[in-house]
Design a protein around this ligand. Structure first.
Ligand SMILES: COc1ccc(Cn2nnc3c2[C@](C)(O)CC[C@@H]3OC(=O)NC(C)C)cc1
Ligand SMILES: [Co+2]
Length: 370
């Protein structure tokens, strides 16, 4: 465990970093020359101007990244076949809440702990009563978030317990690294997508004597992130497209790629667990008092951060399904069902959060010394 951290991780980071200085992420030079060549004085001025308040964003993201790093290291050690999905999700959440020193909407879990299995790529976390147990041959995507002052660190990795799908995992890791490397100020989203696709499609997986090309999942994407808003409106697709929208300095993105041995396309499948209040939802006159009180509880506990049914259970809500579905029908809350490729296929995911600083790109989750 990191110096001074317990096992399982429960020591809040203000104890380990009393001066509040968290390690900077890995710095990468921009590939193009759009970054400003400036003196340090001018750089500091530029950074101040470029973002709502760079110091808040940088220190918040770095603190969230350190929490993520320590929880991820523990998770990669303790997750094993035979554990239930609930045990896996809750131990990651317990570690996150303890290390980030969860405090209302000031800091806490960034969004539901995704533990999507096999042909399911995203947005699955167990609801109460889920009895699914992790199996030896499973391909598990662990996608969890930490936020500090609404700055969300969104990072994910894939775990396998035998080597059948090593080439799929390798393809997606390489494609995500390509996405991180190509990202930069003024870079077009469509160009990054083309580079991701090219890397992903240069791999194939042989399973039981049959060869499968690795396909990027064409309707999943990386995304920009805004304070308290997991999807900031810009999507980095995984297949080439002519989206000329550019990345802008001061933005930060979740660069994530998904590969599949199936159709390379996901559809909504299974019970929904993930929800989020829509940012500028019309405060529709809600007919049911149960819906009104549930919405008050969502606003108080999550704001516009994504949540799941287990998070409603733990804050003491009960018999909320009708009210929740009413809020979805009224366009106040968005539901995000599990996103799955065809049964029998396998999907993998890797994800980093990157900061587009005026002069250099910072890969928040990676440590310099890596
Ligand atoms: C409600 O809980 C969440 C949690 C995380 C997210 C973050 N996100 N936003 N979009 C996506 C994601 C995930 C979870 O990263 C997975 C990929 C997915 O890409 C996608 O759908 N792209 C289309 C818009 C083209 C959203 C909601
Ligand atoms: Co994610």
């Amino acid at each position: 465990a990191a110096q001074g951290q317990s096992e399982p991780p429960r020591v809040g980071l203000s104890k380990l970093f009393p001066d509040g200085n968290f390690p900077e992420g890995e710095l990468q030079e921009y590939k193009n020359d759009n970054a400003w060549r400036t003196t340090s004085e001018e750089m500091r001025y530029n950074e101040k101007m470029a973002m709502e308040d760079p110091e808040v964003t940088y220190s918040s993201i770095r603190r969230a990244a350190e929490v993520h790093r320590q929880v991820r290291k523990y998770a990669q050690k303790f997750i094993h076949p035979g554990m239930t999905m609930t045990e896996i999700a809750e131990s990651i959440e317990d570690g996150t809440r303890a290390l980030v020193e969860e405090n209302g909407l000031e800091s806490g879990v960034g969004f539901p702990t995704g533990v999507s299995l096999n042909h399911c790529a995203a947005h699955y976390t167990p609801n109460a009563g889920d009895t699914v147990v992790l199996q030896h041959g499973d391909v598990l995507k662990v996608d969890f978030g930490v936020h500090v002052k609404g700055r969300i660190l969104d990072s994910a990795f894939t775990m396998t317990f035998d080597n059948t799908y090593d080439k799929l995992v390798e393809a997606v890791k390489a494609a995500t690294d390509t996405g991180v490397r190509e990202a930069g100020i003024d870079v077009r989203l469509g160009e990054i997508a083309a580079a991701i696709q090219e890397t992903m499609e240069s791999y194939e997986v042989e399973v039981g004597g049959k060869v499968f090309p690795v396909k990027p999942i064409e309707n999943l994407s990386g995304h920009s992130i805004n304070p308290y808003q997991i999807h900031g409106g810009k999507s980095v697709l995984l297949v080439k497209n002519d989206d000329a929208t550019k990345m802008e300095e001061g933005e930060y993105f979740a660069i994530e790629t998904f590969g599949s041995t199936g159709r390379g396309r996901v559809v909504e499948q299974g019970d929904c667990s993930h929800y989020a209040r829509i940012i500028n939802a019309p405060n529709a006159a809600l007919r049911y008092t149960t819906a009104k009180s549930l919405l008050r509880s969502i606003n108080k506990n999550f704001g516009t951060l994504p949540f799941c049914r287990r998070y409603l259970d733990r804050i003491g809500e009960s018999k909320y399904l009708l009210a929740l579905n009413h809020l979805v029908q009224q366009g106040v809350v968005q539901d995000y069902p599990p996103l799955c490729d065809v049964r029998g296929s396998m999907t993998a995911q890797f994800e980093h959060t990157i900061l587009l600083r005026p002069t250099r790109k910072e890969v928040a989750k990676r440590r310099m010394a890596w």
